[in-house]
Ligand binder design. Structure first.
Ligand SMILES: Nc1ncnc2c1ncn2[C@@H]1O[C@H](COP(=O)(O)OP(=O)(O)OP(=O)(O)O)[C@@H](O)[C@H]1O
Ligand SMILES: CC(=O)N[C@H]1[C@@H]2OC[C@@H](O2)[C@@H](O)[C@@H]1O[C@H](C)C(=O)O
Length: 362
């Protein structure tokens, strides 16, 4: 079946849209991908909605959240139109859209995780069935609701010599350990989220392009040690994070370059700490997500883990597309009633399917 996956990640950089052909099991063929960046105004609006949502004790449709939800639905609809045009595919050829939405707050400890986006409106606008709300069933069953990508990582990495690890370096980082059918996965800590916030505050740039600022700085070991002295890193898996569980506060007062270096080292050291919680040392470490474009981050990950991070492209994958492809794959699994989360990935008691189906209608 042809399926589209849509992801708007914690970096708030834009909508990723991927078209794949898949059976939701062992067969996956990526066909097309595009990233549709948000305007500065849209990014600002989403950042404000996210900050507001974090203050709520449970999801509720305040006017700001309703407006942000409309923005998400509209931008995702636009991204699908562009993707279909690029791929020269018509909507009636596509079986399903997997719509992640935008996480505005992630509170599995309180029994909820919140991704905004209107699946029903998107299905009607696109005239394609949509599977949305992919995390809630897992949280309702006692899971973390994240990470969900491991099931797709397993499909991609199935043929490789095992065990193998896949590291996703987005706003937050998550790792998947694959050894045959065995999956162990969790969020390792921040990836680019803190660095982006730091660089924006210090220089006005959106991110540390190619890790140049971090490369020019010195890692402040005292600050790094203080940041690593956090109970999250000792917790056994499963575990997951909200983008705002860590802040740049400990780096305040450092020069722009030293702060960038120290926060980049924090990402790398927290990835290394995560490896302590894996069942075995993986033979390969494959890296997807925006952080793989940052050579300083990759160099530090190599130094802290002793493994050589290989960009997803080493296997012919598109490392920018893996997340969106993964949600297309999960949507197909959802239609088939197949599990998308597992005891080893989210801590859910039994393998569980997820997502809510919104029919395109007549
Ligand atoms: N050339 C580059 N140099 C350094 N960093 C980069 C580069 N390109 C992208 N990035 C980083 O990657 C980030 C985006 O990564 P990605 O799109 O994987 O995150 P996301 O999907 O929003 O997050 P998450 O996976 O947590 O949901 C940017 O915010 C930036 O920090
Ligand atoms: C709640 C939420 O949206 N979490 C994201 C976030 O971004 C990375 C990490 O934290 C991961 O747990 C998850 O996304 C990926 C796509 C996942 O579910 O696998």
């Amino acid at each position: 079946m042809l399926a589209i996956g849509l992801m708007s990640g914690t970096s708030l950089d834009g909508v990723d849209a991927a078209l794949i052909e898949t059976d939701g099991e062992g067969f996956v063929r990526p066909i097309a991908f595009r990233g549709e960046p948000y305007s500065d105004a849209a990014r600002q609006q989403l950042a404000e909605a996210t900050a507001l949502a974090l203050t709520y004790d449970r999801p509720r449709p305040s006017p700001e959240i309703v407006a942000a939800t409309e923005l998400i639905t509209r931008t995702h609809s636009f991204a699908v139109h562009k993707l279909l045009k690029q791929a020269e595919v018509s909507p009636d050829q596509v079986g399903v859209v997997g719509f992640h939405g935008q996480t505005v707050a992630h509170r599995p400890d309180r029994g909820w995780t919140w991704q905004i986006g209107d699946g029903d409106a998107l299905a009607r606008a696109l005239r394609i069935d949509v599977v949305a709300d992919l995390r809630s069933a897992d949280v309702a069953a006692g899971g973390q609701g994240a990470p969900l990508l491991p099931v797709y990582h397993r499909a991609l990495a199935g043929g490789l010599e095992q065990p193998v690890a896949v590291l996703n370096l987005g706003g937050v980082a998550n790792v998947t350990f694959i050894d045959g059918d065995r999956l162990v996965a969790f969020d390792t800590g921040p990836a680019n989220g803190l660095i982006d916030s730091w660089v924006e505050a210090e220089t006005g740039a959106r991110y540390d392009a190619d890790g140049a600022l971090a490369a020019a700085g010195r890692v402040r070991e005292d600050v790094l040690a203080a940041m690593l002295d956090h109970p999250y890193f000792d917790l056994p898996a499963p575990k997951s994070l909200d983008r705002n569980d860590f802040t740049i506060q400990p780096a305040r007062g450092l020069s722009a370059a030293d702060g960038a270096a120290t926060l980049t080292a924090f990402t790398a050291a927290s990835v290394a700490a995560a490896f302590e919680h894996l069942p075995a040392r993986p033979k390969r470490l494959l890296v997807a997500g925006g952080g793989r474009h940052n050579p300083t981050m990759l160099r530090m990950i190599a130094s802290y883990t002793g493994l050589t991070p290989e960009p997803a492209e080493a296997l012919g994958w598109n490392g920018d597309a893996v997340e969106a492809e993964g949600f297309a794959y999960m949507a197909v699994r959802s239609l088939k009633g197949l599990p998308i989360s597992f005891p080893g990935t989210t801590g859910v008691p039994e393998p569980l399917t997820g997502g809510t189906l919104f029919k395109a209608g007549a």
